[in-house]
Design a protein around this ligand. Sequence first.
Ligand code: MIG
Length: 661
Amino acid sequence: MKYRFGHPFPTDAVIRKVALSSGAPAHFSLSREGELVTLSYPLAEEDAVYGLGEQMRGINKRGWHYESWNLDDPIHHEGRTSLYGAHNFFLVWGKECFGAFLDCAGRVEYDVGFTDRNLFTVKAKDFDLYLFEGDSPSAIVREFRALIGRSYIPPKWAFGFAQSRWGYKNEADIREVYEEYRKAGLPLDMLFLDIDYMERFKDFTVDKTRFPDLKAFAAEMKQKNIHLVPIIDAAVKVEEGYPVYDEGIQKGYFCKDASGSPFVVGVWPGNSVLPDMLNPAARKWFGSRYRVLLDMGIEGFWNDMNEPVLFYSQERLQDALRIASETKEITCLADYERVSHTFFGLQNNDGDYRAFYHETENGRVVHEAVHNLYGYNMTRAAAEYFAEYAPGKRFLLFSRSSCVGMHRYGGIWTGDNSAWWSHLLLNLQQLPGLNMCGFLFAGADLGGFGGSTTEELLLRWLALGVFVPLMRNHSNLGSRPQECYRFTRTDVFRNLLGIRYSLLPYLYSEFVRCAFENDMLFRPLAFAYPDDVRARTVEDQLLVGGSLMIAPVYTQNAKGRYVYLPERMKLIRMKAGDRFTEQTLEKGEYYIPVSTEEVVFFLRCGKVLPLARPALNTASLDDKNLTWVKFIERPTAFTLVRDGGTSQIRKEDFETVLVEP
Ligand code: MIG
């Protein structure tokens, strides 16, 4: 059922035509204040609310308030309400079971039992509301996903391990990381280039003093089975003579202020302009700029700063400077506050998001009304161009900012987390919400982006990361270096990374299956064991695909943890290689010892798990000779996907293997 409120801007999130229903939507009561619509739903004690994509605060979202307003938040602690993505799908489950999607380009506010524990409200203007009914959460998610289209599938090499850091500044740095990985026998598929590869942070340029011949370097690395993955930022430097700037200005492709002049903002390159990602011609043009790097043999990118981040707008900065210079003396606190606030308020200021415009197919639109579509359309720009550049080829592409709809074009990483134990748990808790919205290719910065990681935190984080599609160790400029060879127990890191490659045939096959069947790769226990009251509240364990349950350790100095088994399962312990030990456990609560040297997980009853020999990279992974871990009494089918990994997957690439007990 679909209902319209106000005049929604078309987001292209939905790929099917759905007729508008008449009358009032079920489940909610409605109220209006001007254009703002509030949907209210009374929560019963047993009601849980799932979804909202990458939002923080648990798998069950009840008990807090959230906002869909794409925002760069480098220190996202529990007190915050919005992150990088706008993922407006949720599912209410308790006395009834239904799903809702707000197809909305602007701000949406959720109060999920925050103000009143028993009341859930959603506030927005100009949106389409889709309601989904079904027997189970999984069925509802499937319905929603069918409506928004198939999830992006990256090339197979993108399921390998990636090392990244803001601070690798030239070819020598990248080479050194590669050499260290190789010397230590640590598996690796990708090395990331952060903004320092560019010439003064200018998109689609390469600093010749740092990377004299990126094309040759990329080819050499590819020979070694390493893909270089450069970053692209949203904003374009203002600089005459820089072709991307000149062309964009000449064609009128940058966002403009009310008077029609390009809107100037400060980001890494200094004064910059924002490509109008919502103008189809500008989007096409921006996408085609990736060609410079594609021609150098680059096959993967990450799109950053596309909320979009505004460190300042030129106008607001001038105001702040004026206020400061007019204040000759600070004689009272009020003077101080006036001056300091003008500066503190510069970044990502709401007023600035109201001060520039997009030229869309539907006319001129103020940015504020379509804010959440910016990163989505930057990524779409790239993906649409890749499809033209090399039809049928799969590229790696993921973005920091996103909105439902972008899941068809690329994956995401969850932005600037911190080297905190709580963010390891957050990583786990974000995954089901993301999967519900079609973001299957996702991951967090392993080890934590900001702050100082520790060997123990990184090892524990990797023990979760081995199950997550995007497995990337990434960290901030100036933070403690955290490449896997930086610590004392290199052999343990080697084993953990090796386990990732052993698990790859399973993960990859299940990922592809989930994309084709609109399934979730990561499910809360509640979804699989709906009648189990205990399972319905588990916030720190997940099902991974059809066969596995994981329960990672996420506290410091732990020697293990309590795990809830909602049914009989096999505990699998892997330390090195594709070797494992197994132990059958009945349904119940257990304290499971888990050292930092192993990956422990559970095989569900009636299921099988293929394991490959560990490999140094995906290219040398042998997915023909598999060992099967089994918990079955009769022959059981498993669907393997063993395609070449670089061209579009077809149904014919699915192989059903019958595994004997
Ligand atoms: O404002 O390019 O989230 O992954 O390393 C910081 C530098 C800009 C933010 C990204 C992070 C990246 C960093 N970027």
